[in-house]
Design a protein around this ligand. Sequence first.
Ligand SMILES: [Ca+2]
Length: 152
Amino acid sequence: MKESKKNGFTLIEILVVVGIILILSSVGLSIASSVTTRGKKSNSRSDIARLEMAVQSYANDFNAYPPNITNAQLVNLLTNTAVFINNPRWQGPYLQFDENDIVGGQFVDGWKNPYQYRTGGNNSTFCDIYSFGEDEVNNNGAGDDINNWTRQ
Ligand SMILES: [Ca+2]
């Protein structure tokens, strides 16, 4: 009896290969997602530091921190030359942006949520600036929020 020679792959072999490909691609996606999240957190920390420096520069020129105003108002205060054209104290713009930083006139974090600004509050030095963080929920600077007073 002559044994027939097999050509190609069996169904089991194909399923094993497809399974391995699926596992590897899900691991790859998971790693990519983790890297993206780390990048957003890192960028948000950097943005908050830049915003803090801009607010400090404004405060040095005006001898006062910006009051509790909205994100868009703060952006305007720190960047809009036209508003302050006749005010010699204003030495701005105090902040430069990338085009992805501003959405709807607001300075946004990596998740496209506006940074929060308030005078006083948890930061005893001068002002609180924070991002809602990865969960995109306002935890008042706690939890996964990224803030300028604990440097987390
Ligand atoms: Ca949060």
